[in-house]
Design a binder for this molecule. Sequence first.
Ligand code: NDP
Length: 310
Amino acid sequence: MPPHPSERLPRTDGPTPHPAAQYSPTAPEIVHMQDQVEQLLVEMSEETQSKSLGYGSSLRGRVAIVTGGATGIGRAIALEFARHGASVAFNYFRHEGAEDVREEAEATAREIAHMEVRVHHASCDVRDAGEVKRFVKDVHEELGPMHILVNNAGIARDRALWRLTDEQWRTVLDTNLTGAFHMIRAVAPMFRRQSDGKIVNVSSVHGIRSEFGLANYSASKAGLLGLTRSAALELGPSNVNVNAVAPGYIRTTRLTSGVPAEILDTARERAVLGRLGDPQDVANVVLFLCSEYARHITGAVIPVDGGHLL
Ligand code: NDP
């Protein structure tokens, strides 16, 4: 592990007699030290966290569904909606071999309820059309008519194309793409009837370009962009906006916890802003797309990747 930036600087404390006490740097050394201080300041500014948007209670009276809202990016989105006054419903699904997320879901639900908005959460596998239908019906009964849907649930099963099993291909496509279709189909009649609705699909930069080992993931996320445009076209006349966000690597989520450090370093270097995003960066853009500030945007894809311009 590289030394912490502060450890790279000449130290000014330490045991007596400290060498610095007898040391008077030459002009080039001073320039070098100034460079190091500047570098430290840059690295510290990179560590700042994204802040919540201050749209007040602009979503008061709205009901939002966030799929996969117990953890990571979905959780940040659910909390951001709650912060802005929306009632929030989210689902989760316990995968075989994965740790039980029920506790995480309950913790997220408690945090949402703490903001004095109503919350509904339940286990629902987005791959299963019947479960999705039931979930949407339960949300309607408990929270009333819905206005916002964020298709965030997603998984990755990375492997070289020639080693991908049918199961790894299918489960990623079924979750990331078919799951979003199931949800959109379940809410569309209500959104059309009320001539009011916002849908955001959480795609990825890997839906626009790819990297080694991501054939199933990239195909699902690219498919999601096609689904976004089609849904925008078909639902636009009913005053329903459908957009997508395409995050780059986002730190501190379960999805990136297994990604090798070198890949994350490369992603950081490739972004012109020189940093990885955090879940709040994505939540802010999703909130904007679900607000009236974005009423004239539909069928669009907004990258949230720190600028992959080269
Ligand atoms: P997480 O694993 O924390 O979140 C994914 C969520 O989806 C989990 O809560 C998971 O619940 C849920 N989920 C998975 N399968 C299903 C299913 N079949 N039915 C219902 N829910 C399900 O990862 P992130 O927060 O990082 O990812 C969120 C989204 O952002 C994903 O779509 C991902 O592809 C996308 N994204 C993430 C990036 C990143 O760098 N992290 C970059 C670009 C896009 P459970 O664990 O209970 O299964």
